[in-house]
Design a protein around this ligand. Sequence first.
Ligand SMILES: NC(=O)c1ccc[n+]([C@@H]2O[C@H](COP(=O)([O-])OP(=O)(O)OC[C@H]3O[C@@H](n4cnc5c(N)ncnc54)[C@H](O)[C@@H]3O)[C@@H](O)[C@H]2O)c1
Length: 248
Amino acid sequence: MTIRVLINGADGKMGQQAVKALTHAEGLSVAGQAGRKDDLSAIIAQIKPDVVLDLTTASAVFQNASQIIQAGVRPVIGTSGLLANQIQLLTAQSLEKKLGGLIVPNFSVGAVLAMKYAQDCARYFSDVEIIESHHPQKADAPSGTAIRTAEMIEAARQKMLTPTFSKETLSGARGANYKNVPIHAIRLPGILARQTVMFGGSGELLTIQHEISDRESYMAGICLACREVMHLNTLFCGLEHVLFTISK
Ligand SMILES: NC(=O)c1ccc[n+]([C@@H]2O[C@H](COP(=O)([O-])OP(=O)(O)OC[C@H]3O[C@@H](n4cnc5c(N)ncnc54)[C@H](O)[C@@H]3O)[C@@H](O)[C@H]2O)c1
C-alpha cells in the first residue's frame, strides 16, 4: 500500500526538499501540496491523504495540526514553535479521534542520537547549558530541538539543579531558562543548524555537538515518520519514538 502524503508548506525550503524526497521514496507518494493561501481543511477533504506533513511556520502550526486531527488524518508535524500546552491539547484531540500522529522537533537521525546522549549524560551531570545556532531566516528562537533537549534532560536529571543563573549586568546575558537549562540562541549567516550541549563537572567538561550542513539530512527522518505514523494510535513527540523501535 502506498502512503499518500499531503505536504503543507510545500513551497518552503523544507517543503520543496520534502516533495522531492517523498516523490522518490518507496511506499510513499505526494498526494498534494498546500501553502499559505490554501484552505487546509478543504484540501484535506478533497485529496483524502493518509498523512499530512506540516512544514510551515510557528504562528500557524497549532491551527494546522488541530485541523489535520479534526479531519481524521494522521499529522507529521515538523514545524517548530508548538508550546507545551498546545501539545497537550493536540494530544487530547488525537486521543478523542483515536488517531496516531508525530510531532518531530528534529528529523535528523544524528540530532536525535545527540539528544539521546545528552539525556544519558544528564543522569551524571546536573550542570548543563545548550547553545543552538541557526541561519538568520529561522523565524523562532529557541529552536524546537533545544526545547526538546531541555525537556529530555529534565526528565533524566537525578538531582534538581540549583539554577546557576548569576546576576546579569546586561539582560539576557545568561540566555533563556527552560526547565532549569540555560538556552542560548545564535542566528548567523554561514550556519544552517548546530546544537552544542555542554555539561560541566568538577574539573571536567563534556560537550555533545551536532551540526547539519544540508537539509537533505532531514529527509530520511521525514520518510521514516510518514511511514511509521501509520502504526501509531496516539500522538507522540520526537522521532525517537519510531527510530529506536524499528532499529531494534
Ligand atoms: N523538524 C525538523 O527537523 C525541522 C528542520 C528544519 C526546519 N524545521 C521547521 O520547519 C518549518 C519550515 O522551515 P523552512 O525552512 O522550510 O521555512 P520556510 O519559511 O522556507 O517555509 C515555510 C513555508 O510555509 C508557508 N506557510 C506559512 N504559513 C503557512 C500556513 N498558515 N499554511 C500553509 N503554509 C504556510 C510559507 O509560505 C513557506 O512556503 C519551520 O518551522 C522550521 O523551524 C523543522
